[in-house]
Design a protein around this ligand. Sequence first.
Ligand code: ZN
Ligand code: FE
Ligand code: FE
Ligand code: ZN
Length: 264
Amino acid sequence: MPADYHMHTPLCRHAVGEPTAYAAEALARGLTEIGFSDHSPMPRDDFDDWRMRLDQLDEYVGLVQRARAEHPALTIKLALEVDYLPGQEDWILQLAARHPWDYLIGSVHYVSDDWDIDNPKKIDQWRGHDPLAVWTRYLERLTRAAQSRLFDIIGHADLCKKFCFYPPGDPARLFTGFLEAAATNAVAIELNTAGLRKDCREVYPSRPILETARQLGVTITFGSDAHAPEEVGLNFAEAVALAHGVGYTQSCQFTRRRRELVPF
Ligand code: ZN
Ligand code: FE
Ligand code: FE
Ligand code: ZN
């Protein structure tokens, strides 16, 4: 089983279970490596209500260190899921320098300062917008995130499908420019199994996107996006089958932001 590189902690205010419980679950499921990647602080703590505050960053690192100490049989990586918003590049560089992160996942949730497109409380915004325009804006930001060289992994690449507001035609065509940027800048994409638990009922990203990624030489990681211990490694057999099906035989592991390719 590949490493599960995407899991959260209660510090983000919408996850349950201490990191040490996630680690215990990982061992019970036969995983040998995991990574915590909780939602990183924003420059302003009142930006939204689903992430840790800046003054909790050290506490977060301490919780991950405690999980390591309590589960020596498991390799536990220290990471963050960082929101990419244009203009926050300096902030992200400051965060990157604060702790010895093993990797940073760059995710686009916001297509504007007040619309996080995966937020169920804001689903009405989808009803008032043309899906193609939203997907296009989302992909502009995702491409900039890949080009920024701030991140090791791009999270849940087609998150915009979460609530099934699809543009007409084959949505995979919209991802070519992003995937070319990921290949050029040597940033991995993740197979995120949380999509299977959402309305879209698919791994992020979809198979046609993954096929293009494979053709372009984009590397991959795996993540459950667990917000509770019982979600650790969830549906990994399905994600591994999907990755094998499009020709992947290796995934990335990261140590202090150095990449290594390992077979799965
Ligand atoms: Zn979350
Ligand atoms: Fe996310
Ligand atoms: Fe996440
Ligand atoms: Zn996520």
